[in-house]
Every structure is written in C-alpha cells, then in structure tokens.
Design a protein around this ligand. Structure first.
Ligand SMILES: [Zn+2]
Length: 548
C-alpha cells in the first residue's frame, strides 16, 4: 500500500537498541513502515517523498509545562521578548506597534529586560517621546513589574501623593516623583487600564501560540494552569473547548485545571464539572495544577534552611498550602482520578509535594496517576531518589540551568555553596531513576525545545538565544555534574512528556504509533550547537502543520 508521506535519508531518533532505519512512512495518522532505503511499494502517485539529507527525524516535542494563551497574547501585543536587550530597539518596536494599532486605547506589551537600561530599570522618559497620547504599559520579562509612560501614570492616578500599595512599590526620583516603574502589586494600578481580553482575542492568542509552537517542533503540550490568575489571563477553558470543537486545535493538549490555594475543598465540584466539559477530541482536562511556593529570586520559594544574605535573617520562604492540608488535597484529587501537577521551586516545597503525593499514591494504588512536580530549582539530596521510588515525574525547565546574569547575581548568593550542587539537579534525578519530562514555561522563557536541550546537555547557553547573557554563560557550566546526555534530554522532551500526558500512542518513532514527527534541518548528534538547528517540518496526526 502506498504511503502518504515518506521521509528518506533521515537520521531517525529511535528507541535505544532498535535496528537502524533511514526511512519512515506515514499513512493517515500513523507510522506505517520503517526501513533502510525506500521500499518501492510505499511510493504511489500521491505519496510525498521528503529527502532529509541526513538531518534528524524526531518524535514531536511535547511541552510538559507551558502557558500558550498567555504567550500568544504577549506575541500579539507589543512583544519585546524576541528582541536583543537594547533600549533603542525597544523604542523602535514600541513606535512601530503604536503606529500599526492606532485604535488600541492602551499600548500594552511585555518582555523587556532591565539590563537594556543604564540604571537597571526603564523610565517613563524612555518612552514618552515615542507615545505621548495614549498610555503605554509594558510588563517586564519576569512579570515582576511594569514600565509605563507618563500618560499611563496620569490616567492611573499615580503621582507624588500615591502611597505604595501592600506588596508593591512605585519607583520614584529624589523628589518623590513616580519615574514610570511599578513593581509587583503596584503594577495592577496600570494594568487596570488595559481592556480585558475578549474571547476573540483569546482565540487568536491560542492559535498564534500554537503556530509558534509548531514552528519549533512542538506537537502537543500540557497547559500548566487553565484558570491561572496570572499573566493578565481570564479563564481559558472555553478558549480551548471552542477551538477544539471548531477543529482549530491541531496540537494535542492536556489542560491542568488551576487549584486556588485558599479556596479549600469546596472548589472540587467545580473542577470535576470542568473536567467533564472537556474531552471532545484534542483537548482533555484530566490534571489539576497545585502551586506550593514562589521563586528564589524574591525569597518566596520554600526552603528547608534560611536564604543567605537576604534582607531578613532566618527567611525560609512561603509554603502556599499547609502540608497537612496539601496531603488531604492530593489524596482527594487522586481518588477522583486526577493527575496532579505541582509547582515546587525550593527544597522544602519539593519535600512537601513529595510527602503529599506519597500520601495520595498509597490509598490509590490502582490508579496510574503519573503525578509530576515542576521546576525543581533545589532538591534536597535526601529527596532525590524519592521521585523514582514513588513514580513521580520530574518536570524540568532545562533552559534555566545556565549562568545567566540574574542567576549568578541574584539567585546563587541566596542559596549559598552548600545548596549549589543541588541546583537544578537533573543529572542526579536521572541517575536515581526519576522519569523526566521537559517543558518551557513559555512565556516565562522561550519555547524552543532545542535551546533547552542544549542547556540540559551542556549546562551553558546556546549562542542562538539572545537572552543568554552573563559572564561565563557560554563557557562555564552551571554545576556540570548535573548535565544529562543528549539521548536522555531528547527522550525527556518527547517520550517523557508523552508519558506525563498519559499519551502512550506518541513520543517514540515505531511502526503503529501516531505520526507526530519533527524533521530538523541538520543532524543533532553532529551539530556543534544544537540550539542553532532549525525545524524544517512538523507533522501532527500525519498532517503537516508547519513547513519552512
Ligand atoms: Zn508555569
């Protein structure tokens, strides 16, 4: 029988120990045949033969932790995240965006970096001569503040007399005048000026994100917070449901339904109803996302021992949910057959999550939950082997494990030399038998899987990434002993993430599996810098969804 598509001369990424092949044929939505050389029976009048000239053919990447609608919104607004860190480049982009969107009441955007500005932060004066008639409100790349113009300050009613709100700060000059930067909760004062996203805009954002993810080889993902109150998002369950029903969703998506930390068990009925509403064809909502702590840089990640050199002594961060309650929650969710996807950055949060999952797994032995803990910035050595023992997936964002300026200057001093060896301990986790899944956390950081894989392998930054900035980021590995090899990293971003999505029909290239495939433009095992390798073609369910 002739195939629909035949990839030839491919360097096929196969499960370890497979007999070598260089040809993969697909029919309808499945891989129908694999061979060395092209079997003539496979090629009919309507077969497309694609010669990869030695480039790699991979299973589709699956992003195990991503916020695509938020990222798509950022991409459609004034998106500074894709630019080099440069004041004049930002100004040019803002001017172009404002000119192209004369009807928007607010020039809203995100993605700038403080190191593009002399003082480390921008001023209203940096943009006032670019846009004066309308408010400009631009979130920083890490979401911890907004840069505004003077018109935005005026419309938000922020002046010399405005007090700093609880949990926030208005940057001021020597005379007490607001300068245009609003930190943490003070950002809400300006964010309020941005009109709420309409359902149509959210749809466009989802489809733009999907297009960008397909372009970097991503064929499916886990949305790490459907209903998350962050990134200016409203609830996006209906965004996914509508796109799925309309046939616009080409990726396969598992949604992790947001658990509100202080809303207690009474929210469970609503979550059950939301799961029941999903599950049409490509979108299911079989996971619950529980966030247990913050981040190290502002000392909100929960640590076993105090931060070093922090403004307060004996500061150990925040556990968002009391550990006893956390175990009740996970046990109840597992009894309802939910996968649990937890956010844990500090070593105390990681331990609390492992304890809570252990408590949930024991009484629910018959349930193949595949629970996961994401981020894992610091794991206590005593807890490393528990991932493998309990079958808890380590959901890692490998792009972060490099000597970026912010990590070296802000984060490592807070951790200190004793904890540093256990910072992003992917190698230790892998060696101890933990299953790895990989994801990007986009829009927090870039969604290109090959950039993250480069860093997982080298613990340095790829030169392809404009955000790899800092002394030694390209040549001094961050805890080199925590690197993983290229095969392990590729498997984590494909088979590992497929496993985490309960999707056993994807993630490897073998006959009979779903044809979710990515053709690269070079051989990743021969490339000097994997991050510079591009994606030539992305296929989902046997259909080509991206082609360069
Ligand atoms: Zn996230």
């Amino acid at each position: 029988m002739p195939a629909d598509v035949v990839f030839t001369n491919a360097s096929v990424f196969l499960p370890q120990g497979s007999a070598p092949v260089d040809t993969v044929a697909t029919s309808a939505n499945r891989i129908m045949a694999m061979s060395l050389g092209v079997d003539r029976d496979l090629v009919g009048d309507r077969t497309e033969v694609i010669d990869l000239r030695g480039a790699t053919l991979l299973p589709g990447f699956i992003d195990a932790h991503v916020h695509p609608v938020a990222a798509g919104m950022a991409a459609l607004r004034c998106d500074l995240s894709i630019l080099p860190h440069d004041r004049s480049g930002y100004r040019t982009k803002i001017a172009e965006y404002a000119a192209a969107h004369p009807d928007e009441k607010v020039v809203a955007g995100s993605g700038w970096y403080g190191d593009a500005f002399e003082s480390g932060f921008p001023l209203a004066a940096d943009v006032d001569d670019v846009v004066a008639d309308r408010p400009v409100v631009l979130s920083s790349h890490d979401g911890h503040g907004v840069w505004t113009n003077s018109r935005a300050l005026e419309l938000a009613g922020i002046d010399c007399d405005t007090p700093d709100p609880a949990g926030g700060r208005i940057a001021r000059d020597a005379d007490g005048r607001p300068t245009g930067m609003l930190f943490e909760s003070a950002a809400d004062l300006a964010n309020r000026l941005i009109p709420a996203a309409t359902p149509a805009f959210l749809r466009d954002a989802l489809l733009e994100a999907q297009r960008r993810l397909h372009a970097v080889g991503v064929t499916g993902w886990q949305d790490a917070g459907v209903g998350i109150p962050a990134f200016g998002l409203t609830d996006i369950l209906s965004t996914y449901l509508d796109a799925d029903v309309a046939g616009e969703l080409t990726a396969r998506v598992v949604g992790a339904l947001w658990w509100t930390a202080d809303a207690g068990m009474s929210q469970l009925d609503g979550i059950l109803a939301r799961r029941a509403a999903a599950g049409h064809s490509r979108f299911t909502a079989t996971t619950v996302k529980v966030m247990q702590d913050g981040i190290c840089e502002n000392c909100t990640a929960a640590m076993l021992a105090p931060y070093l050199g922090a403004a307060e002594t004996e500061l150990t961060g925040m556990s968002f949910i009391d550990p006893a309650e956390l175990s009740d929650i996970t046990t109840r969710l597992a009894a309802e057959r939910f996968q649990i996807h937890m956010h844990a950055v500090g070593d105390r949060a990681v331990r609390e999550c492992l304890d809570a999952l252990e408590a949930a797994i024991l009484p629910n032995r018959g349930f193949d939950g595949r629970h996961q803990i994401a981020h894992l910035d610091v794991v206590d050595p005593a807890d490393v082997s528990r991932f493998g023992e309990l079958g808890v997936i380590a959901n890692i964002q490998a792009l972060w494990a490099r000597r970026d300026l912010e990590i070296v200057e802000r984060k490592l001093p807070l951790l200190g030399p004793e904890r540093e060896p256990w910072h992003f301990p992917f190698g230790s986790l892998h060696r101890s038998g933990a299953r790895l899944a990989m994801g990007s956390d986009w829009p927090v950081t870039d969604p290109n899987p090959l950039w993250a894989i480069y860093t997982a392998v080298h613990r340095t930054g790829t030169r392809a990434d404009p955000h790899a900035i800092g002394d030694g980021v390209f040549d001094t590995p961050l805890q080199a002993h925590q690197a993983i090899d290229l095969r392990t990293a590729l498997e984590a971003y494909t088979a590992g993430s497929a496993y985490a999505n309960h999707d056993d029909d994807r993630g490897v290239i073998t006959v009979g599996k779903i044809a979710d495939l990515v053709a690269l433009d070079a051989d990743v095992f021969a490339a000097d810098d994997i991050g510079t390798v591009g994606v030539a073609l992305t296929m989902v369910d046997g259909a080509i969804v991206h082609r360069r």
